[in-house]
Design a protein around this ligand. Structure first.
Ligand SMILES: NC(=O)C1=CN([C@@H]2O[C@H](COP(=O)(O)OP(=O)(O)OC[C@H]3O[C@@H](n4cnc5c(N)ncnc54)[C@H](OP(=O)(O)O)[C@@H]3O)[C@@H](O)[C@H]2O)C=CC1
Ligand SMILES: C[C@H](CCC(=O)O)[C@H]1CC[C@H]2[C@@H]3C(=O)C[C@@H]4C[C@H](O)CC[C@]4(C)[C@H]3CC[C@]12C
Length: 312
């Protein structure tokens, strides 16, 4: 005898209701997480007074984002100590800082491929400002924007400038930063969080920064070291060097360097572990990194006009 079919049908209807319920719960939970993240990251308790009288080193401050950070700090009444290689540019940045209201402003020219120089910058800054509250590590050495050319020496040299000088300055500055309960701001890139074509040597150095500073931060917790580390993850910013390097190849708008510089100072002053600027361009793609890496790679590749590179 055939069983009446109403029972399985009822079961199927129940299954559908359960699945719908689960889906609804998932949607509500995701919305909750999204809103929590949105409001949490939107918090802004920053007050420019936080920087008044603070003693700050900014590297790579003769141009671009570093220069803009120096100007913001000057307006906030900080002591500013800047460095880069080009003395003429540094002189101009220092006089503008004084005009804008810096408590004091000094520079020291030199190249960060020399670790003795990296050490000297910190020592001279501490001598001139009487201590240190913020160490802003921002400089980068010259690199090419093209397919990796196999040059190992270039990677070694770039690691010296973009990574080892950061480590050297951190080691030298740490006693003073411990004394002041200070902060380290490390300027990195989305290219230090996910694979980026045509920037292989550069991207290598930026991933390494994350490894060093994120691990050091963990040790600071164990050691109760009251020094914050803020890793800044930037998308494409409209500095002259970035535009000159990539404008014809990148299909994405560049964000303003002035606003970017302020976001980095705020994040450092608030002792945030990471700053993403611009948030949508730098943070949202990262949500895909661990769960849909091939999709992320595909989206990233879409930003590049690869024919322009091939024709060069
Ligand atoms: N612009 C962008 O799209 C993005 C930038 N970033 C990051 O932001 C930071 C600033 O970049 P941006 O402002 O664009 O770069 P810029 O090229 O404008 O500035 C780089 C600075 O580093 C200095 N510098 C270069 N070589 C050396 C060296 N050998 N020793 C010491 N200083 C050196 C330069 O001055 P001088 O030549 O006088 O030495 C300059 O002051 C970097 O860490 C970069 O990785 C991250 C993502 C995107
Ligand atoms: C256009 C890229 C963002 C699109 C993406 O989703 O991948 C930019 C992300 C990182 C940029 C590079 C960078 O980190 C800074 C370098 C700094 C130099 O001044 C020259 C340019 C950069 C290679 C820069 C180029 C644009 C990005 C790849």
């Amino acid at each position: 005898m055939c069983m009446p079919s109403s029972h399985p049908r009822r079961l199927r209807a129940k299954d559908t209701t359960d699945t719908m319920g689960l889906l609804l719960k998932l949607i509500v939970a995701s919305l909750g997480i999204f809103l929590a993240l949105y409001f949490y990251t939107g918090q802004d308790d920053f007050n420019p007074e936080m920087l008044r009288g603070k003693r700050v080193i900014v590297t790579g401050a003769s141009s671009g984002i570093g220069e803009q950070m120096a100007y913001h700090l000057a307006r906030m009444g900080a002591h500013v100590f800047i460095t880069a290689r080009t003395e003429e540019k540094l002189k101009k940045v220092v006089s503008k800082c004084l005009e804008l209201g810096a408590a004091t402003a000094h520079y020291i020219p030199g190249s960060m491929d020399d670790m003795a120089f990296a050490e000297r910058v910190v020592k001279e800054a501490v001598k001139s400002m009487g201590g240190l509250d913020f160490l802003i590590l921002n400089h980068i050495g010259y690199t090419y924007f093209n397919y990796f050319d196999g040059n190992v020496d270039h990677i070694r040299k770039l690691l010296e400038i973009n990574l080892l000088s950061y480590v050297t300055m951190t080691v030298t500055a740490l006693p003073m930063l411990k004394e002041s309960g200070g902060s380290i701001i490390v300027v990195s890139s989305v290219a230090g969080k996910y694979g980026s074509p045509f920037s292989v040597p550069y991207s290598t150095t930026k991933f390494a920064l994350d490894g060093f500073f994120s691990s050091l931060r963990q040790e600071f917790h164990f050691q109760k070291t009251n020094v914050s580390i803020t890793l800044c993850v930037l998308s494409y910013i409209d500095t002259d060097s970035a535009k000159n390097a990539v404008a014809s190849v990148i299909n994405a708008p560049a964000a303003p360097k002035e606003e970017c510089a302020l976001a980095l100072i705020k994040g450092g002053a608030l002792r945030q572990r990471e700053v993403y600027y611009q948030y949508q361009a730098a943070k949202i793609p990262l949500l895909l990194r661990d769960w849909a890496p091939d999709f992320l790679d595909y989206i990233v590749r879409k930003n590049y006009n690869v024919e322009k590179i091939d024709k060069q």
